[in-house]
Design a protein around this ligand. Structure first.
Ligand SMILES: [Cu+2]
Length: 258
């Protein structure tokens, strides 16, 4: 090959490498650039529900990432569990307390997930409407602990805004126009819910929070392309907030299981 040919080849190789680097950089940026939301930002559920509860500011412990239920949210039913996500390995004796006034509504032990990045505690399914304060103590492998707190509310009268589908044993939710349709539904326990993607873009079914997806992990789907469907059967009564992780700002919904 001539010297000119060699130079041309080298230039082409360099251009391809530069193009590759630019592609990787912009793609990575698109994945990770998120404007952080204030913790007390209303979600669609709150604005719809016109919550009358007033919430004090949350206290975030070291290594805190997110929690479900979300701070400042008003739910139409009792959460099946309270889950708190961290970016560091949790260790014993980490603990969660779920209080309304002076009564504890957490039941059983606080459990640390296998990956050690979340801890959870079941909630008393008979918990009444009202304001709940979650306080937690997050402990680390070196024996140190940090505490934090947040609040959520339960107001069952807002379930009147939900689509009552308790007469069906199999429910279908369409993923259409970047929404879940119907968005907020009531079903009986044991009901199989099937999501179908009617859009040309990929959607997901992801339990809250984002991006931890830890509240009801078995509800999480893989990526769903056009025409794909995914099913999950809800066995335990309670409220199940979920979203699509590809469109988590707009694509949110809830299922109340009775
Ligand atoms: Cu989506």
């Amino acid at each position: 090959m001539s010297q000119r040919g060699n130079i041309l080849l080298i230039v082409i190789v360099i251009l391809v490498i530069i193009a590759g680097v630019i592609f990787l950089f912009t793609r990575n940026k698109a994945d990770t650039t998120r404007i952080p939301l204030p913790l007390n930002q209303s979600n669609s559920e709150d604005s719809e529900n016109q919550s009358t509860f007033s919430f004090v500011n949350p206290k975030k412990s070291a290594h805190y990432e997110s929690n479900t239920p979300k701070h400042g949210s008003t739910l139409v039913g009792v959460p099946v569990n309270v889950v708190i996500d961290f970016n560091f390995d949790l260790a014993k004796p980490s603990s969660i307390s779920i209080m309304k006034e002076t009564a504890e509504y957490g039941v059983g032990e606080t459990k640390i997930d296998v990956n050690k990045l979340a801890m959870r505690r079941d909630m008393n399914p008979n918990a009444p409407d009202g304001l709940y304060t979650v306080t937690y103590n997050a402990c680390w492998p070196d024996g140190s602990c940090h505490d934090g707190s947040f609040q959520f509310a339960i107001d069952s009268k807002f379930s009147a805004n939900f689509n009552d589908m308790t007469d069906q044993n199999n429910v279908t939710i369409r993923m259409s126009g970047n929404t879940f349709e119907p968005m907020n539904i009531i079903i009986n326990k044991g009901t199989k819910v099937t999501w179908v993607n009617d859009d040309s873009v990929e959607h997901f079914v992801n339990t809250d929070s984002h991006p931890a997806h830890t509240y009801e992990p078995k509800q999480n789907s893989q990526a769903l392309s056009y025409g794909d469907s995914y099913s999950y059967t809800f066995e335990k009564p309670g409220i199940y907030p979920y979203h699509c992780s590809a469109h988590e700002r707009v694509m949110k919904a809830s299922i109340l299981v009775r």
